[in-house]
Write a protein that binds this ligand. Sequence first.
Ligand code: PEP
Length: 247
Amino acid sequence: MRRKLAAGNWKMNGTRAALLELQAVISAHADPSVNILICPPATLLREAAILAEGSAISIGGQDCHAEVSGAHTGDISAAMLADAGASHVILGHSERRENHEESSDLVRAKARAAHAANLIAVICMGESLAEREAANTLDIIAGQLASSIPDATNAGNTVIAYEPIWAIGTGLTPTVEQIDEVHDFIRQSLIARFGPEIGDGIPLLYGGSVKPGNAAEIFATDNVDGALVGGASLKQSDFSPIINALE
Ligand code: PEP
């Protein structure tokens, strides 16, 4: 049975005052039946991890470098995230793929680094609007799955997030049929590549304009094991109803 996960991606939002929102999530979900993850900006990671220690909330990074250390100004390694108290790291988010020209091969190298540091890699993938309109969604996902997911992936070290680029931060969401089609395709692809035990065990998140008002409908879809939430994870008053809809 896959455990469900509500993951919040704060992106480049939040100064130390935002830790009050994390504290509110910790207080509101003392004994949740689902996993809860918050990925704050790197500047808040250590303080967030200290705040969340002993609570039900996990803390994650939003990216890592593929190497352990070295001359990479401005970058953070997976080992550094783990040392700061992270248990997860988001990789291959479309904003990284677009703004930093990250290829699926690089995402796979980062995922290997995350696994080597004992971090759970939350690997994102999704199609653009043009790709969906050209009926290429499943081909794009097949390519991203093949190239972004390392061979050593298992149900304990990886979560996959399907995030259609056109739904991120736009207020647009796919229909539940569209989400169902892609999640089923990812599930069958994972089973074909890794076998039924691993392929069936890897949690699949949906991401893209998840809000309190649409969460329950999305979570009722087959093979949706939770959500990666951007904007609605910034305030506990928005994030808690999404967590509650998953429980
Ligand atoms: C995201 O950034 O992963 C995301 C899904 O953002 P939003 O929920 O704001 O669309």
